[in-house]
Design a protein around this ligand. Sequence first.
Ligand code: HEM
Length: 413
Amino acid sequence: MRKTIKSLWLKLTWAFNPDTIKEAYRARIKNFFLHWFPPKVTKRSFSWSYSFWLGTISAVLFLITLVTGVALMFIYIPSIRQAYWSIEDIEFITHYGWLLRYSHRWAGHLMVVVVFLHMMRVFYTASYRETPGRDSHRYVNWVVGVILLLATLFLAFTGYLLPWDQLSMWAVTVATAIGRTTPVIGETLYRMLVGGTTIDQATLIRFYTFHCIAVPVVVILLISYHLWRIRKDGGLASTVHHDVPLDESISEAEDTSRVLAVPAVPRRIFLVTIATWVVVLVATLLFRAPLLEPATQAWTPNPAKAPWYFLWLQELISYTTIKIGHFVINGGFVGGVFVPAVLFIALAVWPSIDNSPNDSTGIWFHRTRLWQNVLFTVICLTIVFQILFSYYCRGPYWHVYWPWNRPEIPGRF
Ligand code: HEM
């Protein structure tokens, strides 16, 4: 019996653990999953300190939300009468329901942070550049990435409403009210998203469908394309200038700048997956996911804050209302719609504005990109500062407090 299990195990895993170089090449061709990888990868793109594997970590976090989310769907009821109580059931009655709920929530929040960091890494290394002499489309992948960033935010936002407690309903009320101020199309978009004029049953079922079906399907398709493109573009952009050309005539011993992709890359992906899962588990064990009292329109929390990743918009809105005589430009539009729209459009088209020399590709903070990096850092730090300021220092009536003097605001995040 032990022998049979051992030989079955070896049969299943040999491709991930080849003994010889010849076997490693054969594994790539024979194994469905390993087909994805190139024959070799450069040591630089493979190193921990180049990409920090942030893209892979984003994908693993998405996978965790997917697995735990499907399990949660068996118990959660998308009805305004029952949603809150089904979350209580998950947390207090279902065996290990709390583990599922907290893992799902922390993986979702972490995904927002890590996708943002991954985008910063790609920007700082100018990795949206094409490989000279190769028909690459990294710019397309950058734009796909920008859409993925928006989709990640929308995924987190639509999930935020589902517990149907005071925190979630009022956070969504604030965030949707921001979008409503868009001239011409704002009201129509608002009604389409919310399913009427107030946050109600129609809203819950729409958010549920977006969160559990529509957005995950779009994200799965986009991530698949994103990863396929990396393979088609010849790996990470760091290969372009810092490594010898991919010359197959170089012998294994001479080829010091590259390693065999199999088994090195799948092993590292396995390690990153386990490490990410452990971090989520630790967060799950240390921090409870909030659940306040059931949602009610009868009283409004003071202050009502948007989900943390939209707090920078709420903060911007509070000081962008412009009054010129009787003429008023709504801060909701300026801070909540106009500024973020300009920022996201600028982000999407940046590769075509960036005219620094090709040499800067794949190098962290290259000196020829100084002003771009400074501008980008200032914008990112401003966003982070506004989120932290809003989160810790804004209290009742949106007044400013020192964090230690601020009246307690229950269960945030
Ligand atoms: C769910 C979100 C995302 C996932 C799962 C993902 C996944 C990945 C992975 C696995 C890589 C390989 C390198 C690495 O691990 O860092 C990568 C590279 C890349 N990503 Fe993403 N990504 C996401 C979002 C984004 C965003 C928001 C952007 C930019 C706005 C972006 C732009 C790129 C580009 C241009 C590359 C190629 C970089 C290079 O050649 O060095 N991605 N992505």
